[in-house]
Design a protein around this ligand. Structure first.
Ligand code: TRP
Length: 328
């Protein structure tokens, strides 16, 4: 039998090329080998969102990107976390077997508490418990995540282990599966490509928008004049060629090194590479966008299929925890 994969992503709206390289293409590839469940975690988003006006729109835009990228509702379960409310029941129950000390030590909790000192809510502390509930509700064994999520996964394993030792074997201990691609830097070369840094190219950008954005990218800082030799090995733009122009990276490296091409030429090549690699994606995305009803149907069907598994696990958990009537 195929192993089950579960992964969740926050509803961040339109996805960028960093999301694609780091996560989405991996999700798509895993569909071949595993039974996959991919979830848009809207409840997790509430731990940091103060304004939820855009939440529904962001879920919709993200789904358009997922579907256009090749996440296939025939192969995988695609759903929104809050549409299967069983996860909140399991979250409460797992909270009873999770020592507070474990949660207070999680690095992301400390970081978020520092970033939003005016809003250190209870949900923020429970974040990894909800994430554990996501995973174990479906008894998933494999969890594709970025490196930043490893402490959460470790905690998920500890909670699963503790539940199993208290109430009998119930959950597999989920294993993290890291993507093989290194972190994608933003166009400014300063930090990871991310929504909050204004340094990204949306997958859904037009070719013209892509071109303009790529032209703003920071290249090898040591190359001041067109005639200076470049250093592709430290250039952020060059690292993106590896993904978007894989067949010509060697040539680009040689020509950059020998100053045969300048940074503007190099960025033109990158913009062309992005635009040609994403052309089919962009066409598909536009056709899904023209059918909002279809996206809603995919999500309704996903929630229905997820619910079947969720109900079964939750009944088993309640039984084991002594919450169901027993013959006396
Ligand atoms: N915490 C993850 C993130 O911020 C999102 C997430 C929620 C998740 N539940 C999950 C990831 C379950 C993997 C499995 O990226």
């Amino acid at each position: 039998m195929k192993k089950r994969v579960f992964s969740g992503a926050r509803p961040t709206g339109r996805q960028h090329i960093g999301n694609y390289i780091g996560a989405i293409q991996n999700y798509v590839a895993l569909q071949k080998e595993y039974e996959c469940i991919y979830c848009i975690v809207d409840i997790h988003a509430l731990t940091t969102l103060e304004n939820t006006d855009r939440l529904q729109q962001d879920i919709h835009e993200m789904m358009l990107d997922w579907l256009a990228a090749g996440l296939d509702p025939q192969k995988s379960i695609l759903f929104v976390q809050s549409h299967v409310p069983e996860v909140m029941e399991l979250y409460t129950l797992l909270g009873m077997v999770t020592p507070l000390g474990w949660l207070m030590r999680v690095p992301t909790f400390k970081e978020k508490a520092r970033m939003q000192p005016h809003n250190v809510n209870y949900g923020l502390v429970g974040y990894p418990v909800l994430m554990t509930a996501d995973i174990v509700l479906y008894k998933a064994e494999v969890v594709p995540v970025g490196e930043d999520q490893l402490p959460h996964l470790e905690l998920a394993r500890e909670i699963a282990r503790r539940f199993n030792s208290l109430f009998g074997p119930t959950f597999p201990e989920p294993q993290a599966k890291l993507t093989s691609f290194p972190m994608v830097l933003g166009l400014n070369g300063a930090q990871k490509m991310g929504k909050s840094y204004d340094n990204y190219v949306e997958l859904a950008a037009t070719p013209e928008e892509t071109y303009k954005l790529v032209m703003t990218a920071v290249t090898d800082p040591a190359r001041k004049y067109r005639s200076d030799p470049g250093h592709p090995e430290v250039c952020n733009v060059f690292s993106l060629h590896g993904f978007f122009n894989p067949d010509s990276t060697d040539e680009i490296a040689v020509e950059c090194h020998s100053a045969k091409i300048g940074c503007v030429d190099c960025k033109k090549l990158l913009a062309e590479g992005i635009n040609s690699k994403l052309a089919a994606f962009r066409e598909k995305r536009a056709s899904f966008a023209a059918e909002p009803q279809y996206v809603a149907e995919v999500l309704a069907d996903g929630a229905e299929r997820a619910k079947v598994i969720a109900e079964r696990t939750l009944a088993e958990v309640k039984e084991k925890m002594g919450l169901l009537p027993r013959d006396v």
